[in-house]
Ligand binder design. Structure first.
Ligand SMILES: CC(C)=CCC/C(C)=C/CC/C(C)=C/CC/C(C)=C/COP(=O)(O)OP(=O)(O)O
Ligand SMILES: O=P(O)(O)OC[C@@H](O)CO
Ligand SMILES: [Mg+2]
Length: 255
């Protein structure tokens, strides 16, 4: 499949600035007005794009209203769906995810078959994404029937990441779960990055879940993540985005 506009933009931001930052907004917890304010702050802070999604409580017309409100920020809006109800034609792209370590075939290939014709008709860009759940796992791990990879087993995580690359993922998302009490250790990110590099993977390695301080974000980025995701922290305090984005030391980023 040809690379779409949004993935191209994420890759070129990574190549030019070194890292990318993704701001997650959950329409279950954020009204369209709040979502617009968060997205404006994210744009001003230098975040690269907005992810919209949640594991539970996603319905229309609220999802589309949140997406339309967020689009006013000018940042690309990328759906992060927990199921087919997470799709709307108002977004720019969708993380077209397979949950690599789910025990339920629905989350590995079933929902994708349900979603593919809808995504095509909606005209949104599918970004081929492998989603791998580690440790705590949160709502996504529970709902997605994941068998979370133990935090310290970087060897298992690296094997799943390598399989993701060999299966053609453009974006590999390592997830500790929203609100995780402990993020994925930087040491594991380092192992994954090194294995992916040795296989010539040139897509995006994204890490999320429980990244609640600029120091942790910096350590995960330094270990080799191309980008990090912040959700829970942004819901609590959108202004925390300034320190988060700055901690990634984006080249040419605003002070
Ligand atoms: C391809 C399409 C249409 C869908 C893919 C569906 C898959 C594979 C889902 C994986 C499992 C899942 C339920 C993922 C949800 C990911 C997500 C949107 C997480 C956002 O955080 P929440 O899980 O809502 O966290 P809170 O508990 O903080 O609300
Ligand atoms: O809410 P937090 O803990 O920032 O996690 C973000 C994202 O990885 C959740 O899917
Ligand atoms: Mg949620």
């Amino acid at each position: 499949m040809k690379i779409g506009k949004v993935l191209r933009m994420l890759l070129s931001e990574r190549d030019e600035k070194g890292k990318i930052h993704l701001t997650l907004i959950d329409p279950e917890k954020t009204s369209p007005e709040e979502a617009e304010r968060i997205a404006m702050t994210a744009a001003d802070a230098g975040s690269t794009a907005i992810l919209i999604g949640g594991s539970l409580g996603i319905f229309e017309p609220l999802l589309s209203e949140v997406v339309r409100a967020v689009k006013k920020s000018g940042l690309p809006v990328i759906l992060f769906p927990g199921n087919i109800n997470g799709l709307t034609p108002h977004a720019d792209a969708v993380l077209f995810m397979t949950l690599m370590n789910s025990d339920d075939p629905y989350y590995v290939t079933g929902v994708q078959a349900q979603a593919a014709p809808i995504v095509l008709r909606m005209g949104i860009e599918p970004i081929p994404t492998a989603y791998i759940i580690v440790g705590y796992g949160g709502a996504a791990g529970y709902i997605g029937r994941a068998r979370p990879i133990p935090y310290e087993r970087s060897d298992i995580l690296a094997a799943y990441a390598l399989a993701s690359a060999m299966m053609g993922a453009s974006l590999i998302y390592l997830e500790a779960g929203s609100g995780a009490p402990r993020p994925i250790p930087p040491s594991s990110v380092r192992v994954v990055k090194s294995v992916l590099n040795s296989a010539g993977f040139d897509g995006l390695l994204i890490v999320g879940g429980g990244i609640n301080s600029p120091e942790v974000a910096a350590a995960i980025a330094e270990a080799g993540a191309d980008g990090i995701v912040n959700g829970t922290l942004v819901e609590k305090d959108p202004r925390s985005l300034y320190d988060m984005v700055n901690s990634l030391r984006l080249r040419n980023s605003r002070p």
